[in-house]
Design a protein around this ligand. Structure first.
Ligand code: SF4
Length: 831
């Protein structure tokens, strides 16, 4: 490929979210296309060298190379030989991957709070203060005084080091990640159904399915490259039927209409009623594989009883959908040969999150539709390294999907880490994030270490979280790239190296592990999160029972080798992987020494990790969260069979009332990622979505006298925001707000912009995921705007009526290239 060929394909990928189509038919390999973006004015020949990595601006994990010039990251290109993206990158990856790194407001020195103000200092002083407080609290109160709240953004090696530090070093159960706000339900739903975390399906299922069901998953905006793969099937021969469950009319909903599928738009908070109705239709119409279920699953008769009341008419009444839509969706699922299901936040962030997500697993189990090409379940993640947090145990789970309630599993870790078994907290379930912040609020956690996440913006009920972080009752350490809204409230701030500035591995939604090599040096005195955790462990004198340093590794590769041993024989076996092998491209686990080529999809033998000795959990009652005991689990005798579990629908905690007549829900949108730490510093992305907004339906807007672009005040019992209105395509009676916007680029700690001012402190009883989708609210017009809202016009947020022009980004290049042979072909065979 010549430079002129590349430049002739220049595209504005801010406006063109998914790039050019490459139609392909069922069972064929997704054609390759290489997307590339360099800083303005640079040509390919200007790049000094390229460094292998994968994108970290969503959970998709697109393989890419980082362009380096003069010691700076100046762009990215997709890796055509990567099984995840076949060379493609989306708008966030192309425009948002590198500009943040050279942003002038990077943290370059540690900071400590002096007389109420954060002032720069050296590492010795900052870590000295951290260690002093930590030691004092350990002496006075013991390890329960310590809490760690981390991220879905660190590398595997960093999570593992943190897990060892917290569990074996300090002995605290108070560890969780912002994965609790996102992917905790995915993990728990898989544990409840299959016995262990571990994604059953594969992205290659898109290439060979006959129908795709997307449950609360606006893939078109949250994983744009994955949606390109779906669009390329839709444009090819034998296109799959798409079924969309989403209260907004997203691009996925439009695809459902185009492909003869259904768009079901249930009232927020009623997903479980809908799923119970779908399961009932399968059972009533005999669209199940009784023989397969008898051999490979348990609980059919109990499930039948639970879902029996949910006739299509009853579902229609609860969910506000048509009964015939329910019948049609069930017919598609029940009569199509190979169905792929994907699930995301629309299901996870509600009061019956686990039960609704498990119901998706049930649908597949009822048809025996798992473990073969095209028939997968993808319980999606939202963040790039959320999977690793769950695997490594920095979120409170025990590493490598071990069961905290199984003494043998705990002993295995004690042996591996050479510590006494009593040192590892396992007397009760790990503390989830919502409880962790409650303890910090009360002061029983007096030392809270927050890494690579921004709870002041992302946690529900913002005013309360700010108070927790700002209060005297808890000493707060924050390590991050920038002085985030959370860091502004900390007692000590530690400057961290980011993506491309350190080496490590991470694993995407479909278990594909990528190595990200260090491309450039971090700025100033910033250090990798691994180095920071090791420094703390060293200063604290954390040792094993022989007095050897606990985190004694020399660099990330040694941590990875230690992690491999931790996974040996577990469902997430990494023992066949090496940094050297990963430099050739992503490999999906399990990748044992016997099968180092990796595994495209799980459960091809229809044997599930549900043996009592093997499983990650003994399970829960989905309605209450009550735990199943080891004895009860053993008595059930699952022994390799999956669980069919059901639960009746109950209404959400907060319902519309005369005072607060609308339902408020938050979510992701296409141009920003999380709290905009990176994407907000990328000019093209920030210009495309510069300010927060709320979406109202046209009938609601008319009733309230609100026009496109008006400034409105949205109030719930907990707080209020003032933003511009987008009159768009949410369902009537609901209001949607993007959760990305805080105040770092506006007035200090401004409270009028962020969506979580309104959300509430309640959670799903099983996965403990907070409910971001069902708060009652009211909307009041404040004044006329000076034009249309600046909300995006390219996807679900587009306005009713005249479209406002999308402010575009600088050109990228995109070329069709020969499709290489992938490490795993669409059928999951190793090449
Ligand atoms: S789809 Fe996700 S991982 Fe891929 S380029 Fe876009 S943001 Fe990055």
């Amino acid at each position: 490929m010549t430079r002129s060929e590349l430049l002739s394909a220049d595209l504005d990928r801010v406006a063109d979210l998914w790039g050019a189509r490459a139609p392909h038919s069922k069972g064929s390999v997704w054609p390759a296309r290489q997307d590339l973006r360099l800083e303005d004015g640079l040509q390919i020949d200007d790049v000094d060298h390229w460094v292998g990595s994968a994108c970290v601006l969503c959970s998709n994990g697109c393989g890419c190379d980082i362009a380096v010039k003069d010691g700076r990251m100046v762009g990215v290109r997709g890796r055509v030989d990567d099984p995840v993206n076949h060379g493609r990158l989306g708008p966030k990856g192309l425009y948002g991957s590198t500009p943040w790194a050279s942003s002038p407001d990077r943290l370059t020195r540690p900071m400590v709070r002096v007389a109420g103000r954060l002032v720069e200092t050296d590492w010795e002083t900052a870590m000295g203060r951290v260690v002093e407080v930590s030691r004092r609290l350990l002496e006075e109160k013991g390890p329960l005084s310590h809490g760690f709240y981390t991220s879905g953004q660190l590398f595997l090696e960093e999570y593992y080091a943190l897990a060892v530090l917290g569990k074996a070093g300090l002995g605290t159960p108070h560890m969780d990640g912002n994965t609790r706000l996102c992917t905790a339900t995915a993990a728990v739903a898989m544990k409840e159904s299959f016995g262990s975390d571990g994604q059953p399906g594969s992205y290659t299922d898109i290439d060979s399915c006959d129908a795709i069901f997307l449950y609360g998953h606006n893939m078109a905006e949250t994983q744009t490259v994955l949606w390109s793969r779906v669009l390329d099937r839709i444009e090819g021969e034998d296109p799959p039927i798409v079924v969309c469950v989403d209260p907004r009319r997203t691009p996925v909903a439009e695809a459902a209409e185009r492909t003869g599928g259904v768009h079901l738009a249930p009232y927020p908070g009623t997903n479980l009623a809908l799923l119970n109705g779908l399961q009932r239709e399968l059972l009533q119409n005999g669209w199940i594989d009784e023989e397969w279920v008898a051999a490979h699953a348990l609980g059919l008769e109990e499930l039948r009883k639970v879902v029996d009341p949910y006739t299509p008419e009853k579902v229609a009444q609860i969910c506000g959908v048509e009964a015939d839509q329910v019948r049609r969706a069930a017919e598609v699922f029940g009569t199509t040969r190979d169905v792929l299901s994907t699930v995301l936040q629309g299901f996870y962030q509600s009061h019956q999150a686990t039960a609704a997500s498990v119901a998706v697993n049930n649908l597949h189990l009822l048809r025996g539709m798992i473990g073969r090409p095209g028939a997968g379940v993808l319980q999606m993640n939202g963040q790039p390294t959320a999977q690793n947090n769950r695997e490594c145990g920095a979120d409170g789970d025990l590493p490598a999907f071990r069961n905290w309630d199984n003494p043998e599993h705990v002993q295995q870790l004690a042996t591996l880490w050479n510590v006494e078994v009593q040192q590892i907290p396992h007397w009760a379930p790990p503390t989830h994030a919502m409880q962790l912040f409650r303890y910090a609020e009360q002061g029983s956690i007096g030392f809270l270490w927050i890494s690579a996440t921004n709870p002041a913006v992302s946690m529900p009920e913002s005013a309360r979280i700010r108070k927790v972080l700002d209060g005297e009752q808890c000493f707060v350490v924050v390590q991050d790239l920038f002085l985030t809204e959370t860091a502004q409230l900390a007692d000590v701030v530690l400057p961290a190296a980011g993506w491309g500035e350190k080496t490590g591995t991470f694993t995407n939604v479909n278990r594909t592990v990528h190595l990200s090599d260090q491309a450039v040096a971090p700025p100033g005195e910033a250090r990798s999160d691994l180095e920071i955790f090791q420094l703390y462990a060293r200063e604290m004198g954390l040792t094993d029972k022989d007095g050897e340093p606990l985190l004694q590794w020399d660099g990330p590769e040694e941590v990875f080798e230690a992690w491999k041993e931790c996974t040996r024989g577990r469902p997430c076996d990494y023992t066949g992987l090496t940094y050297q092998r990963l430099r050739e491209g992503g490999i999906p686990w399990p990748a044992s020494e016997q099968h180092p080529e990796g595994t495209d999809r799980l459960y091809t033998d229809h044997v599930f990790p549900t043996h009592t000795e093997q499983c990650e959990t003994y399970g829960h009652d989905l309605a209450t969260g009550g735990g199943v005991t080891e004895q009860e689990h053993r008595a059930i005798g699952a022994n390799g069979r999956a669980f069919l579990k059901g639960s009746p629908y109950v209404p959400a905690h907060e319902r519309p009332s005369p005072e607060f007549p609308l339902l408020y829900s938050t979510g992701r949108t296409v141009y920003q990622f999380h709290t905009r730490t990176k994407t907000g510093r990328a000019r093209s992305l920030q210009q495309a979505a510069p300010d927060p907004w709320v979406e109202l339906s046209a009938p609601d807007a008319e009733r309230l006298g609100i026009s496109e672009g008006d400034v409105v005040r949205v109030e719930s019992p907990r707080g209020a925001i003032e933003v511009r209105a987008r009159v768009g395509f949410v369902r009537e009676g609901t209001v949607f707000a993007p959760f990305h916007y805080g105040s770092w680029d506006r007035d200090a700690l401004s409270t009028t912009r962020q969506a979580n001012e309104l959300t509430m402190t309640v959670w799903d009883p099983v996965s403990k995921q907070p409910c971001f989708k069902t708060a009652a609210c009211r909307v009041i017009r404040v004044r006329a705007g000076d034009g249309p809202s600046t909300a995006p016009t390219t996807a679900a947020s587009r306005p009713v009526g005249a479209l406002s022009p999308t402010r575009g980004g600088a050109a990228t290049t995109s070329v069709t290239v020969p499709t290489p042979t992938y490490r795993l072909d669409p059928a999951g065979r190793a090449r």
